[in-house]
Design a protein around this ligand. Structure first.
Ligand SMILES: [Zn+2]
Length: 254
């Protein structure tokens, strides 16, 4: 790191757990942020300000007036602009040293394979189960850590699936594909700061994974009831019959 970088990241360097070595790991990390909305906005803010090398910012939508209540990457004058590009502008203003790659399309499975292979950590900040399951399948295939977040109404949740560990559960162990959960997230109400809380925690877990410090949410699901402001923690185990990471998965896929 040069002198300016040492200054910019000094408050991280001052932390014994991070230091110069940890900050250099952050400076070398590529973060795949799927979704530049309520969760992806705060997540990408902190990843950019903390100085990751690259952010692959994926979002196929354009900025809409109804987004601005919580999607803090975007501004009123950017209504109509692709969210990935709006996010790139905001993040470049915070930290021009970060290479933000806008991917302004809805990613499909084949797309995700390539993107996940390039990533150090994957942050699922999407709002639909098709993307969530596609991201999980790619993370299982490439053994990449996945930080999964969700927020709807006053309910938030966050979990880490670190597929580098042999005994790690995956997203599909917890939410089996085909469990017809609603696809109505896009039209349900959501409490604005709840997305900020969960998205910010996703950035925290992603940075811990990149620097290999502390204990992550690996194998735990944290649930937040923001109306009561109460957290619950639930242990998540690997499902031996999981169609994605279980022993029969390869046969089914092949
Ligand atoms: Zn699984």
């Amino acid at each position: 790191m040069n002198d300016e970088e040492l200054l910019r990241y000094s408050r991280h360097v001052l932390l014994n757990e991070i230091g110069v070595e940890g900050q250099e790991r952050i400076r070398a990390a590529t973060m795949l942020v799927i979704g530049a909305g309520g969760l992806g906005s705060p997540a990408a803010y902190y990843l950019a300000s903390a100085g990751v090398a690259r952010i692959l910012l994926v979002d196929g939508d354009s900025v809409d007036l109804t987004n601005l209540q919580r999607q803090i990457l975007h501004t009123t004058d950017r209504v109509g602009m692709p969210k990935a590009e709006s996010g790139q502008k905001t993040l470049a203003a915070i930290n021009p040293e970060v290479d933000v790659v806008p991917i302004a399309r809805r990613v499909e499975a084949a797309d995700l394979e390539t993107l996940v292979a390039d990533a150090t950590v994957v942050l699922d900040c999407s709002d639909n189960f098709a993307t969530r399951h596609a991201a999980n399948r790619a993370c299982v295939a490439h053994r990449k850590p996945l930080v999964s977040g969700a927020a709807v109404r006053f309910d938030g949740q966050i979990a880490v699936f670190d597929l580098r560990h042999e005994d790690s559960p995956c997203y599909a162990c917890l939410f089996p594909p085909g469990d017809a959960e609603d696809e109505l997230c896009a039209v349900m109400g959501v409490f604005a700061p709840l997305t900020g809380i969960i998205g910010t925690m996703q950035a925290a877990e992603a940075l811990k994974l990149a620097t290999e410090i502390g204990e992550t949410l690996q194998g735990r699901l944290l649930l937040l009831d923001a109306l009561a402001m109460r957290w619950h923690s639930v242990r998540v185990s690997r499902d031996p019959g999981c169609p994605v990471c279980g022993p029969t998965a390869a046969r089914q896929a092949g």
